[in-house]
Design a protein around this ligand. Structure first.
Ligand code: PRP
Length: 221
């Protein structure tokens, strides 16, 4: 299993990336710093892809059925799928679902809404791809849904970021994340699909968001 990398609050910057990561003028004040630089991100996605391929081969899988949790996980899932291809893995089948644990507002509503059409899940081994795990509510509900209501044979989870300090006590032991990229501190982050009030999803690496700027009236991420 790929070991998660622990990210310090100051961030992880690869020497190759230094110099290219100055925060753009228009983002200053909104973003505090780069948390995970592009090369570190790419290396981790490579490791995750290798781990997923290794396990798929061990299980004799002919394809990898992925369920991508919209919206945030779409960029990571694309990068992961492309890396699985580059590493010579089996075909990746992409399925998309919208699962949201937040209402329009600020903090978790405690409920998870699941929307979407998943015709290919029944009797399949599924890999959920998620951008970030916070309380764990979304994944715990989604896993249950896929197994109990959609009759998946098995469900594994791959998450790019794990903010484990925020996990609900009841899920600390009960929710297994099979492939984790990075364990991050309890702070606002964005980029690589993850938003802060719908901003920054397009940034191709992970950044720390200026919490003071967004905290007022924004959802916590
Ligand atoms: C984020 C993230 C996870 C969930 C994690 O999604 O993508 O799905 O929150 O939080 P949890 O562990 O506390 O359940 P969000 O609901 O913000 O939707 P988005 O992906 O469209 O931004």
């Amino acid at each position: 299993m790929t070991k998660p990398t622990i990210v310090p609050a100051g961030g992880l910057i690869h020497s190759k990336d230094a110099g290219e990561l100055a925060i753009r003028e228009d983002l200053k004040g909104k973003i505090s710093r780069v948390l995970i630089s592009p090369t570190i991100l790419q290396e981790k996605i490579h490791d995750l892809a290798e781990g997923i391929i290794r396990d798929a081969k061990k299980n004799g899988a002919m394809e990898i059925q992925v369920v991508v949790v919209l919206k945030g996980a779409a960029p990571f899932a694309n990068m992961l799928g492309q890396e699985i291809f580059r590493c010579g893995g089996p075909p990746v089948r992409f399925n998309y679902i919208k699962a949201s644990s937040y209402s329009a507002g600020l903090v978790s509503s405690g409920e998870v809404k699941i929307e979407g059409h998943l015709p290919f899940v029944r009797h399949k081994d599924i890999l959920i791809v998620e951008d970030i795990v916070d309380t764990g509510l979304t994944l715990s509900r989604l896993k249950k849904y896929l197994i109990e209501e959609r009759r998946a044979s098995s469900v594994k989870i791959c998450a790019l970021l794990d903010k484990s300090a925020r996990r609900l006590p009841a899920l600390r032991k009960g929710l297994r994340i099979d492939y984790v990229g990075f364990k991050i501190p309890d702070m606002f982050v964005a980029g690589c699909g993850i938003d802060c009030a719908e901003n920054f999803r397009e940034i191709p690496y992970v950044v720390a968001v200026n919490e003071d700027y967004f905290r007022k009236g924004r959802k916590e991420k």
